[in-house]
Design a protein around this ligand. Structure first.
Ligand SMILES: [Zn+2]
Ligand SMILES: [Zn+2]
Ligand SMILES: [Zn+2]
Ligand SMILES: [Zn+2]
Ligand SMILES: [Zn+2]
Length: 584
């Protein structure tokens, strides 16, 4: 039995620990232990995931205009969906014999960059041309991550939402706007971490509440205003005074709500129906460690996993999975309508088994170093082998990857068992969501050997400045649709600001119908604001902050836990027992 081992990360040079359970997992799936720390492993994977930086481009086959995550002047040959999935080209034609006098990663990069790519990763979607890393979208616009949404706009990692806008990490919302991590609710606005709420504004950690405004930690309540119980008539009157269509009024209440949020009690982790887990934002899971944003049913025995739509089992180090098991170092791998298992070092692989070092392959088994294959078996670098040849070659390639490892421009060494080096990603660092979770400035990125995309020159002709927008939605008419509105951040404060934005007709009707003011920030700034409301994919060991007397303690509670609230944050963080004693 191997004990705990301390290692120094090749990338950031900090120390990280490999536990006996980890060794057992690596042994089971036959990979050597990692040489990058967990954070650097996640960062490296995310440098391959460009969700939100979209470009106008043209299909290289049929010439059709399209929206793509690849730049027109970038390294990739972009096809539209119809052309990519047609029989008019054959990915096997790009196959090449492995050359043992040359580095494997270099040969893989050549193959990867020579094949056409599909413009966006959007599966079975209708009238939703601006959606990426999502599936079964209908009439949706600017959706990144998630599935089965209808009439949803400007949202990330959200599923089963309808007629809603500006959501992040939400499930089953209807007619809702500006929420983070809310579930199963209707007409819910400006809220976070709520379940089963309706007709409410500015809620934090509320469940089964109706007609509430500015409330925190409530259960089964109606007609509450900043946690004060009112009669139905009083509440109605207060809501009329607030006048939700006014931007100024809402901004004032937003400030007030932020104060209430900081005084609320925060459970050390947002866990629902979990057993023996560490991480945050998890439901229906057991024995998942260092896992974040795990939704759906039955996740188990996994570690270092982020953003699972539905059930992950026996997996490590993966980001963005629908449903899968025995997965290691994978990005956007799995698909909920198919069986998925035994992937390692894959990007956008689905419905397959025993696939390693491959990108965009489906319904296949036993692939190594392949790109864009469907319904294939025993292929290496897109070349067909017999089962016996394949098995024989596999051992030789692994040996070759170890004896002639890829060394990148900064001296990082990639033997068998590492994810793809960032250098083969077709994206610049700041085009990908690595920039959202591990933000760098240009100099830092370049020092680490990452590509950087210069901001496009934005000289939009502004039709309307934010300060000239009427305060109340009632004073704005449909002619606003299509006008170029300056973002209130004016592109100055933040590099991600697009400096100006337009609203579409459906969007205007949405604000009007729900009596919401028009936003003053561009969709990018709004996205980054929501992102800032979440805690990072990181845990700190802390003690419960409860100082009240509860059945299990008098004076300060001595319970300790792993929490994603950093010690210097303002939130009041409680252990499960104290939280339940006060709230549940
Ligand atoms: Zn590191
Ligand atoms: Zn085409
Ligand atoms: Zn902006
Ligand atoms: Zn406690
Ligand atoms: Zn307590």
């Amino acid at each position: 039995m191997i004990g705990t081992e301390k290692k120094v990360c090749q990338n950031c040079h900090s120390e990280f620990t490999i536990e006996p359970d980890d060794f057992a997992f690596y042994e089971k799936i036959k990979v050597p232990p990692p040489t990058f720390c967990p954070d650097c492993r996640l960062q490296r994977k995310l440098t391959f995931r460009n969700e939100r930086t979209l470009y106008k481009n043209k299909c290289k086959k049929c010439g059709k205009d399209l929206i793509s995550m690849y730049r027109e002047d970038g390294p990739m040959t972009v096809y539209c969906r119809d052309c990519w999935y047609s029989d008019s080209w054959n990915p096997m034609k790009y196959g090449q014999e492995i050359d043992f006098s040359q580095n494997f990663s270099v040969q893989f990069k050549e193959l990867f960059h020579s094949l056409p790519v599909v413009n966006l990763w959007a599966v079975q979607s209708v009238n939703s041309e601006y959606t990426n890393f999502s599936s079964q979208e209908k009439n949706s616009y600017l959706i990144f991550g998630g599935k089965i949404n209808e009439n949803l706009r400007y949202s990330n990692n959200t599923s089963l939402a309808k007629d809603s806008q500006d959501l992040f990490n939400c499930t089953k919302l209807e007619l809702s706007y500006e929420n983070v991590q809310c579930n199963n609710s209707q007409r819910l606005f400006f809220s976070k971490y709520c379940e089963n709420c309706s007709d409410s504004y500015f809620l934090y950690d509320c469940r089964n509440c109706i007609n509430c405004f500015g409330c925190t930690n409530l259960r089964n309540k109606q007609n509450c205003f900043f946690n004060q119980q009112l009669t139905k008539e009083e509440y109605k009157k207060r809501l009329q005074d607030v006048d939700s269509g006014s931007f100024k009024n809402l901004a004032g209440n937003f400030e007030k709500f932020n104060n209430a949020y900081n005084k609320a009690i925060h459970k050390y982790a947002q866990f629902i129906n979990t057993n023996n887990c560490t991480g945050n934002n998890m439901r229906n899971a057991r024995d998942c460690k260092m896992c974040f944003d795990i939704f759906g049913t039955n996740s188990e025995d996994s570690k270092y996993i982020e953003w699972v739509v539905d059930g992950v089992k026996d997996s490590y180090d993966s980001y963005g999975m629908p449903r899968a098991e025995r997965i290691y170092e994978a990005l956007a791998t799995g698909f909920d309508m198919m069986e998925n298992s035994d992937y390692a070092f894959t990007i956008f692989a689905r419905g397959s088994k025993d696939v390693r070092y491959s990108i965009n392959c489906s319904a296949s088994h036993d692939l190594f170093g392949c790109v864009g294959l469907d319904k294939k078996e025993y292929c290496i670098l897109n070349k067909q082998y017999t089962k016996e040849e394949y098995e024989d070659f596999l051992l030789k390639i692994i040996e070759h990857m170890n004896s002639m490892p890829y060394v990148d421009s900064k001296g990082r060494v990639y033997r068998y068992g590492e994810f793809f080096p960032t250098e083969i990603s077709p994206f610049a660092y700041n085009e990908t969501i690595a920039q959202e979770y591990f933000p760098l400035i240009k100099e830092q990125a370049e020092e680490r050997g990452y590509k950087w995309k210069e901001n496009d020159v934005k000289n939009y002709k502004i039709d309307l400045k934010t300060e000239d927008l009427p305060d109340h939605i009632d004073d704005i008419d449909e002619s606003i649709a299509g006008k170029v509105i300056e973002c209130a951040h004016k592109g100055e404060c933040k590099e991600q600001c697009s400096s100006a934005f337009k609203i579409i007709k459906e969007e205007f009707q949405f604000y009007k119908k729900l009596k919401l003011p028009m936003p003053r920030l561009c969709p990018n700034c709004r996205h980054y604001n929501r992102l800032a409301q979440r805690t990072p994919f990181k845990l700190w060991h802390r003690q419960c902050m409860c100082n009240k007397d509860h059945p299990h303690h008098k004076g300060k509670c001595s319970n300790e836990f792993e929490t994603s609230y950093a010690p210097d944050r303002p939130e009041i963080v409680y252990c499960e027992q104290c939280y339940n004693a006060e709230i549940a």
